[in-house]
Design a protein around this ligand. Sequence first.
Ligand code: ADE
Length: 258
Amino acid sequence: MAGIVADGVSMRIDILTLFPQMFDGPFSESIIKRAQQRGLVNIVLHNIRDYAHDQHGTVDDYSYGGGPGMILKPEPIFEAVEAIKREVALGHLPLILLSPQGRLFNQKVAQELAHHRHFVLLCGHYEGVDERVREHLADDEISIGDYVLSGGELAAMVVVDAVVRLLPGALGSEMSLNEESHAKGLLEYPQYTHPRVYRGWSVPEVLLSGDHGKVAQWRRRQAILRTLERRPDLLKETVLSEEEKALMEKEGGSNRGY
Ligand code: ADE
C-alpha cells in the first residue's frame, strides 16, 4: 500500500452535482460512513445550482446549432471549482468529469486516485456539459462502463466507493485488500464458511486440512483457473510463475490469445 495517502492524513473529495441528495444513502452506510467518521476522507458535496447566475437557478441551456436535450452551462461549473480552490488555497486541483466518453474505470484507476490527497468529481447531466468544461477545466474523464446513465452521480458513487476502501484503515483488515478480486490481476478464489456440509454439498477437503501451504496453493490455482474461464483478458497483465503458465496452457490458455 506504499504511496497511498498515509494513515491519519485525510483525503478530500469534492463532488459537483445537481442532485446532492442522491448521495445521502450510499455515503451514510458501511465503509464510506466509517471512513468519514474515522477522518480518513472528507467528502464535500456542492450543488451546481448554487452557482447559477440568475434567480431561477438556471444551470443548463439549448445546444448551439440545434439538437435535442439541454447542455450544462460552463459558468456555474467553473465558478464552483474556483470557489473550492479559493477555500483550500490550492493552485491545481485535479478535476475529473464523469461521462460515458471517459477512460474506463477499473481497479488500477481506483488505485491511481487513492494516491491523490484531493480531487473533484463533476457529475454531468442532461445531454452533456459545455465542451469548454472538458477542454479548459477537466484534467481527466472517467466512464464506469459502456452504458449510459442518466447522470454522473451513480458513477461518482462507484468511484468514491472503490477509492475510499483502498485508504489504509478503511477496511477491517488490510489483508482483505491483497486477496480480493482484481488486486493481483486475478479473480478471487472460491470461499466457504460453516456449515461444513450444506444440503449434501461439502467444503473442499483441502480447506479443512489445516495445511496453510496447501490451502494457499489451492486458492492460487483456483483463482487462475477461474480467471482463465471467466476473464482471460485480465491474465495479460498478471504475473505468473512458469508452473502457473504451464497450468494455463494445459487448461486451454494458448487458444485465448495471451
Ligand atoms: N454518465 C452517464 N453515463 C456514465 C457512465 N457510463 N460513466 C460515467 N458517467 C456517466
